[in-house]
Ligand binder design. Structure first.
Ligand code: GLY
Length: 403
């Protein structure tokens, strides 16, 4: 065992007073001297805007890797039609939008995080502000909002009209259990049409022919309620889906440049209709995002509660440190999620998880718990390493979540 005296005699103390610390002992030979990629690499999800191309140009022009992550996150935070991030994100069960975000900056080995912040749309920038302008790593709620406002962030109502109506639909769909929605004296009121609870627990866990029938019946019921609430016809299917399968969307971006510098950032409005104050994985350093300047960067979108239990992003980076490829590391983290349910497919069907991974040398992977979306198309991600491409995710389980 190394004594303190041994340690001090081994450590080279420089004139600046720095102690030379050996590299982490566990790093596999294969990752000890990873050469930077010849071209920068961005991994993220499809954004439907130009920010990924713009971000790549920023990298080519020498921008900091975290600026690049923030640029893509801000595009999602600004989009009123993205139901899972920033302005327009679906609110908590009280109808209030609460955002989570975190970031890690590889070169400076620093991190910032914000949880359950209200009224400030660019949560990813607030996480960075906390990293750069406070002695803390994480702020939440009112304290985080005050901190952001004192640095010039503007307060605004983040609940769009569309999101408000979806929330109303969700609230009224539980009208057999509360006082929201038409009274029994109204046509189609509670007694005339006692809508059963539409939450997950009311849907049998065992998918089967009856299950599909039940979902169809509830979709029809919700569609009628959506019409009654004034949700336009072309928006009803989306609204109904959000009630049946509340979103866990999120944006994560991991980046490496040609110097091998890396950063990661994650931003979300979290699980739709969550209990006020709930934090998912997105603000948790090591779950929603983790960057180690020696190894790589990883982040997650999907079921936050599950990802937190396996510290997904940190697990992946540590497995890469031990020599696993990005793909193998991502699949192993997913295996741990499946293990937490003893592989019970009737429960795993309710979970969704995608990991976005880039190694210091530019090797990358995206790993999804499930192979396909509800409509049967492969789960995909976006990579930009000179040209922007949509690629299929590697996956652990064949099939889809219930949504
Ligand atoms: N992954 C986003 C959340 O669960 O909040």
């Amino acid at each position: 065992m190394m004594t303190r005296r041994d340690f001090l005699s081994q450590a080279a103390v420089t004139a600046a007073g720095l102690v030379s610390i050996p590299s982490p002992a566990q790093s596999a030979e294969s990752v000890k001297h990873l050469a930077p990629p010849q071209k920068p690499v961005i991994v993220t999800r499809e954004t439907g805007d130009n920010t990924i191309d713009e971000a790549y140009k920023m990298l080519l022009d020498g921008a900091d890797t975290l600026d690049v992550c923030n640029h893509i996150c801000m595009g999602r935070e600004d989009d009123p039609n993205d139901r899972s991030v920033g302005y327009g994100g679906l609110p908590n069960e009280d109808g209030i939008v609460e955002l989570d975000a975190c970031c890690m900056h590889g070169p400076t080995r620093t991190a910032g995080s914000v949880g359950a912040i209200q009224n400030i749309r660019h949560a990813s920038l607030v996480a960075r502000l906390i990293m750069e302008r406070s002695g803390h790593v994480m702020l939440t709620g009112l304290g985080a909002e005050h901190f952001a406002v004192m640095y010039g962030f503007k307060r605004e109502d983040l609940l769009t009209d569309d999101a408000r109506k979806m929330w109303l639909l969700w609230k009224e769909s539980r009208s057999s259990q509360n006082f929201w929605g038409p009274p029994m004296s109204a046509p189609g009121g509670k007694d005339a049409n006692p809508a059963p609870s539409l939450n997950h627990s009311a849907i049998p866990l065992h998918p089967g022919p009856k299950w599909a029938e039940l979902i169809r019946a509830r979709s029809q019921q919700l569609t009628a309620m959506a019409a009654d609430l004034g949700i336009p016809e072309h928006k009803r299917a989306t609204a109904v889906n959000q009630i049946l399968w509340p979103t866990t969307g999120t944006i994560h971006v991991s980046v490496v440049n040609t110097k091998g510098e890396m950063s990661g950032a994650t931003s979300t409005s979290g699980q739709a209709f969550k209990i006020a104050g709930r934090l998912g994985d997105s603000p948790i350093i090591g779950a929603g995002c983790y960057t180690d300047q020696d190894i790589g960067s990883a982040g997650a979108t999907g079921s936050g509660e599950e990802n937190m239990k396996v510290s997904g992003a940190h697990t992946i980076v540590e497995l890469m440190r031990q020599g696993m490829s990005p793909k193998d590391a991502g699949l192993e983290a997913l295996r741990r999620i499946a293990r937490n349910y003893n592989g019970d497919m009737t429960k795993l069907r309710y979970l969704d998880m995608i990991y976005y991974i880039v190694r210091k040398d530019g090797a990358y992977a995206d790993c999804s718990l499930w192979s396909t979306t509800a409509s049967g198309t492969p789960k995909v991600f976006v990579v930009h390493n000179g040209a922007k491409r949509i690629e299929n995710c590697a996956f652990l389980l064949t099939g889809t979540t219930t949504n």
